[in-house]
Design a protein around this ligand. Structure first.
Ligand code: CP
Length: 648
């Protein structure tokens, strides 16, 4: 019986070019064997498990057909809604369990980076059958196989990628592969559906490769007369596109392309969109007219399928339409991939290492991936944050790349975990940050407030002075309670929600004063704007958290930019629709970045953006007496260090 060793294909870049060529050679052989009806026993005794958390026709069925054709067996969870995933089983646990039942996992998942997680947790090989909008490497093998079959080569071809290049995972894998094969790419995105920055940066950093983006109208013009009115033979970018004179490619194009070799059309990935990013009728519609020009008449038309309205059915009978062939070769190509896996021996190949230095974070706050579709946002309880230092052109942010979904997190504030100092990041700090990564003692913060919440002090804090003492704070708390009582009237329908941490303390203190004055104990909750799960907590066993139809009073200690309150509102809205929302703040500073105006203010302390107010607040003492150590301080904002100073 054949045996499989741990070899994962999460990205198309997990396969070297010779390995892809080997898969193609095997695919040619299997295609021929299938045509002859020759029986095969290559995978005899092996079991493939297909775990599909998203719908599929081509990928799953061609994988399963391929395994059967090779003499292997298949177990399938074609719809994970019928699996224990609906009971809350994590992806990590699922793949570990299924690895005990199968020799090979094929995974499709809606979240970016899910295949990376599966590959790390499963002891057997994992093949990525599409993870979120990130990659779909086995589709790319099918695409390249057909393109090479039609054009007899890949190097130097010019491929126009059309449509949804933002969410189209097949496009991303194809771009990485075409870049490595030395093909030229022309991106023709529908407006707003451009190739994402993280893909472009990976290409630039790892392959020193870039390509042009043009609109469909420009492409018509450049392609040499799709519409005679657009024909502009002397246009400079026409030369750029078809002769390689300008920055269309830094890739090694063997010869100057004089024509388009392929159109790769994609469907709008509606399922990955939040709302109405595209207006009806705005999306590309590709038909036979595109192939009528001198420069496009030899082009093949590709599509990973399924199609919706973007590809005219009239093309189906045109010999240049190769999309059904792309789907059909799914069987021999995936047979070839399994056979290639069987050929692998332990220690024979080294896994490709991603570029950049890996960063371990030793203490909270752990950075959170900014991509709301990243697998870490759904399986965060068992996935440690893992980022790499990425390259960027913006020197004012520290670019960290999530190791799972590859999206960048632009960090504005960094800290040193041992000295507990924080800094606004700029390029002068780069050397220090590298050192802190090595130690490891790097901390990163989304805001100054977050740094302060974790006990970090600003580096080079300027002169400080007290702006409120404990007595003044007690009066301000009393004033807030009076303003709320006078404004909302019926306190039984009010819910106080304090922003963690000082806002939450303040909320309970306002609640205590209100109770003393009115006899009504207002329920309190705390919202932690830095958490994605369980962000809301009831305070001291209050009534179950409920927003719907209530008057919500958000309570915070200081409004600096207004950003924190804005985020708190967004989170509260996830729990229901309040009847009204009010904002109570101990200190309002008056130079807000977002248009949020507090309804109830303890004290106005206008300061400049270069200064910061910090509040120290203790919970109510016995009998609601003010705490002696309550105080509010004002200090100069942290400045980046400009000279080489050692920070220990
Ligand atoms: N091309 C592709 O991935 O198709 P399915 O979604 O049907 O698998």
């Amino acid at each position: 019986m054949a045996r499989l060793y741990k070899t994962d294909v999460v990205s198309i870049d997990d396969l070297t070019l010779p390995e892809i060529e080997r898969v193609f050679t095997l695919a040619d052989e299997f295609a021929e064997a299938l045509a002859r009806g020759a029986p095969l026993a290559v995978a005899d005794g092996l079991i493939m498990a297909t775990l599909f958390y998203e719908p599929s026709t081509r990928t799953r069925l061609s994988f399963e057909s391929a395994m059967h054709r090779l003499g292997g067996a298949v177990i399938s969870s074609a719809d994970m809604r019928a699996s224990s995933a609906v009971k809350g089983e994590s992806l990590a646990d699922t793949v570990r369990i299924v690895s005990a039942y199968a020799d090979l996992l094929v995974l499709r998942h809606p979240h970016d980076g899910a295949a990376r997680v599966a590959a790390e947790y499963a002891p057997c090989p994992v093949l990525n059958a599409g993870d979120g909008s990130r990659e779909h490497p086995t589709q790319t093998l099918c695409d390249l196989f057909v393109l090479r079959r039609k054009k007899k080569k890949l190097k130097g071809l010019t491929v126009a990628l059309c449509g949804d290049l933002k969410f189209g995972r097949t496009v991303h894998s194809l771009i990485y592969a075409l870049a490595r094969f030395g093909a030229n790419i022309v991106a023709v995105p529908t407006s707003g559906m451009d190739v994402p920055t993280y893909v472009l940066e990976r290409l630039a950093a790892e392959r020193n490769y870039s390509f042009s983006t043009v609109t469909m109208d420009e492409l018509k013009s450049l392609a040499g007369g799709l519409d005679a009115l657009y024909l502009t033979p002397s246009a400079p970018h026409q030369m750029a596109l078809f002769t390689g004179d300008l920055a269309v490619h830094k890739a090694p194009a063997g010869e100057a392309p004089a024509s388009l070799d392929a159109f790769y059309v994609t469907r709008l990935q509606k399922e990955r969109m939040a709302g109405n990013e595209i207006k009806p009728g705005e999306y590309v519609r590709f038909d036979a007219r595109a192939l009528k020009t001198q420069r496009t008449q030899e082009a093949v038309v590709m599509h990973p399928l399924p199609r919706t309205d973007e590809l005219a059915y009239e093309l189906d009978t045109d010999p240049r339409a190769v999309y059904f062939e792309q789907a059909a070769v799914g069987v021999p190509v995936r047979m070839a991939l399994v056979a290639w896996l069987i050929e692998q021996k332990p220690g024979q190949r080294s896994d490709p290492k991603p570029a950049g230095q890996s960063i371990r974070f030793k203490a909270e706050p752990y950075p959170r991936c900014a991509n709301s579709n990243c697998i870490t946002r759904f399986e965060g309880s068992h996935l440690p944050p893992r980022f790499r230092l990425a390259r960027t052109l913006d020197r004012h942010v520290l670019p960290l790349r999530c190791e799972y979904c590859e999206r960048e997190l632009n960090v504005e504030f960094v800290g040193h975990a041992r000295s507990h100092r924080y800094y606004r990041y700029d390029e002068n700090l780069y050397g220090y940050v590298r050192q802190w990564i090595e130690e490891p003692s790097l901390a990163v913060f989304e805001t100054v407030k977050q740094a302060e919440e974790h006990g970090y002090e600003p580096y080079r804090r300027g002169p400080q002075r007290e702006v409120m003492n404990s007595g003044e704070i007690a009066l301000a708390v009393e004033s807030l309670a009076n303003q709320i009582a006078a404004d909302v009237g019926d306190l039984t329908n009010v819910y106080l929600i304090g922003v963690v941490s000082h806002g939450a303390v303040l909320a309970t203190r306002v609640r205590d004063v209100l109770e003393k004055k009115t006899g009504t104990r207002t329920p309190c909750a705390a919202v932690d704007v830095y958490r994605s799960h369980e962000a809301m907590q009831e305070l001291d066993g209050g009534a179950p958290f409920e927003v719907e139809g209530r008057t919500i009073v958000i309570v915070d200690d200081v409004i600096n930019s207004g950003w924190t309150v804005q985020r708190a509102m967004t989170m509260i809205w996830q729990y229901g629709r309040p009847a009204a929302v009010r904002l109570a703040v101990l200190i309002d500073r008056g130079h807000r970045a977002v248009p949020i105006r507090p309804n109830y203010v303890g004290k106005n302390i206008p300061t400049s953006p270069a200064e910061r107010v910090q509040v120290r607040l203790a919970p109510s003492g016995r009998n609601g007496k003010p705490k002696a150590h309550d105080r509010a301080m004002i200090y100069s904002m942290v400045e980046p260090i400009k000279t080489a100073e050692q920070v220990k």
